[in-house]
Design a protein around this ligand. Structure first.
Ligand code: GLN
Length: 232
């Protein structure tokens, strides 16, 4: 198997804000499930890295053009992406859900989106899902680069709904972001760490080995609990 270069600092790209997976705390540090998991895995495996919060689509583009070594960004393992990226073992199950403004009682189903505007994030599973049903339900979409801007657009009433990953929607709703869900979540893919296809096999190997170790040691559960557990 490939050996890691001990002097190398891997450059890992991520989303700008996708709590509870990556976000800045009050000190300005990047924290969250992805950030803490990567830190624990790097410590376990003894590699160095630097985080680049580029935004989701920009991170994926940077990886595709090999400007960065990897992406961890609540990135879903999809068949389409597997053509261009190699993914780690899955580390979190997710899926897409719709949310509307807390005080909106008019939208209770996809049928109610007819003639309305819906916020989506460029290059995401949520955007792909919305695009796949917008013809049938007769709505239009408006695109953003980050989740915070999508949620703002719904709060101000410019869009009536947003499609995003349900753990992120539910975390934001629990924090009082002014949104609510009214429909069930859709089946979705699990999150994985990605590298360019055929590149950085040593990094992917270390990620998988470290993931198995932090799961076995209980560190993985501790990280999940920190952000999603009772009292989180
Ligand atoms: N899980 C979604 C995807 O991979 C969204 C990721 C994100 O917005 N950071 O498309």
């Amino acid at each position: 198997t490939a050996q890691s270069d001990p002097g190398k600092t891997y450059v890992i790209a991520t989303d700008v804000t996708f709590a509870p997976f990556e976000f800045q705390n009050e000190q300005g540090d990047f924290v969250g499930i992805d950030m803490d998991l990567l830190a624990a895995i790097a410590e376990d495996q003894g590699f160095r890295y630097e985080i680049k919060p580029l935004g989701f689509n920009a991170a994926v583009q940077a990886l595709q053009s090999r400007q960065v070594d990897g992406v961890i960004a609540g990135m879903s393992i999809t068949d389409e992406r597997k053509l261009v990226f190699d993914f780690s073992d899955p580390y979190f199950e997710s899926g897409v859900q719709m949310a509307v403004a807390e005080d909106n009682d008019d939208i209770t189903s996809y049928e109610d989106l007819r003639g309305q505007r819906v916020a989506i994030k460029t290059g995401t599973e949520g955007a792909a899902f919305a695009d796949s049903i917008k013809g049938r339900y007769g709505f239009t979409t408006v695109t953003f680069d980050d989740s915070a801007s999508m949620y703002d657009d719904v709060r101000t009433g410019n869009s009536v709904a947003v499609f995003d990953d349900y753990p992120v929607l539910l975390y934001g709703i629990a924090q009082g972001n002014g949104l609510k869900t009214v429909t069930d979540k859709e089946a979705g893919a699990s999150y994985g760490f990605a590298v360019s296809k055929g590149q950085n096999a040593e990094l992917l190997g270390m990620f998988n080995a470290g993931l198995a170790n932090v799961k076995a040691s209980g560190q993985y559960d501790e990280i999940i609990d920190t952000y999603l557990g009772e009292g989180a």
